[in-house]
Design a protein around this ligand. Structure first.
Ligand SMILES: Nc1ncnc2c1ncn2[C@@H]1O[C@H](COP(=O)(O)OP(=O)(O)OP(=O)(O)O)[C@@H](O)[C@H]1O
Ligand SMILES: CC(C)(CO)[C@@H](O)C(=O)NCCC(=O)O
Ligand SMILES: [K+]
Length: 244
């Protein structure tokens, strides 16, 4: 069994895998990392590999502590990946984006793929049918947008995600919800439309903390899978074992 851990910018997500099957998943905050790993290892005694991908600021040492009980693997730019990296600055490409691209390449062979990860940031990643990773986009995520409006103005309250009542916000809070929530939906649909103008066919995978909210509201057809990064992390590790 494998314990895959995705250290994001805000939260940590983890999943236990038996082969390709996701057995259980977990979400926790950074300062509860060790306690949570201990509990997972207690519950699943058959875990013998810990696979970590991190864009956050957690020390490697926090994972290396478990080295007596299992093997610890950090996914990095040096690992083998199933695509050709055409990014102009491959070393600065986020490891989460590389893992998503690997998952998309392996799970959806021989087709163009667009991966949208709606987390702290919203990222777009495009891998063409010849397995060239071309790049994409980085934009502020939903919660970041609510926080920015509050943090960079004098008058705007800090709101949390709510379904916008209408296109036309009739109060301060309705205007913010329309601007942020409707805004992100229109933005993503707009991106998809622009990709469609360039590529006749491509599949779209949507993942990240805001998957559920967005999936219902996008006009385009997408594969929504909140666990796509964790599943891709498991696949990236399997690919590394086969190709190292
Ligand atoms: N408990 C929560 N804490 C923070 N964000 C949450 C929570 N529940 C849902 N969300 C939504 O998830 C989004 C953040 O996504 P996610 O948790 O995937 O980010 P993350 O942990 O920083 O990962 P990444 O860095 O990979 O994007 C926010 O925009 C927010 O609307
Ligand atoms: C964009 C984020 C923050 C998304 O988690 C991460 O992938 C990252 O830190 N990327 C580095 C910059 C880049 O991908 O070009
Ligand atoms: K993200």
């Amino acid at each position: 069994m494998i314990l895959a851990i995705d250290v994001g910018n805000t939260r940590i997500k983890a999943a236990v895998f038996e082969g390709d099957i996701l057995v259980e998943n977990f979400v926790f905050v950074k300062n509860e990392l060790q306690k949570n790993i201990e509990n997972i290892l207690k519950k699943y005694k058959k875990i013998d590999d810990l696979v970590v991908s991190s864009v956050g600021d957690v020390e490697k040492q926090s994972f290396l502590e478990f080295e007596n009980d299992l093997k610890v693997h950090f996914i990095s730019h040096e690992n083998p990946f199933p695509f050709v990296n055409c990014y102009a600055t491959p070393k600065t490409l986020g490891i989460d984006r590389m893992v998503l691209a690997a998952g998309a390449t392996l799970q959806f062979p021989n087709q163009n793929r667009l991966v949208i990860d709606a987390g702290t940031c919203v990222t777009f990643d495009f891998i063409d049918e010849n397995n060239n990773y071309l790049g994409g986009a980085i934009a502020p995520g939903l919660r970041l947008r609510y926080e920015s409006l509050h943090n960079y103005t004098a008058k705007l309250p800090l709101l949390t995600l709510e379904d916008p009542k209408d296109l036309i916000g009739k109060s301060t809070s309705e205007s913010i919800h329309s601007g942020v929530a409707n805004g992100l939906v229109y933005e993503i649909d707009g991106f998809i439309d622009e990709y469609s103008a360039r590529y006749l066919n491509f599949i779209i995978i949507l993942t990240g903390g805001d998957t559920e909210f967005l999936a219902k509201r996008l006009k385009n057809t997408i594969f929504a899978n909140s666990n796509f990064l964790l599943e891709s992390l498991n696949q990236t590790f399997q690919y590394k074992i086969k190709n190292d």
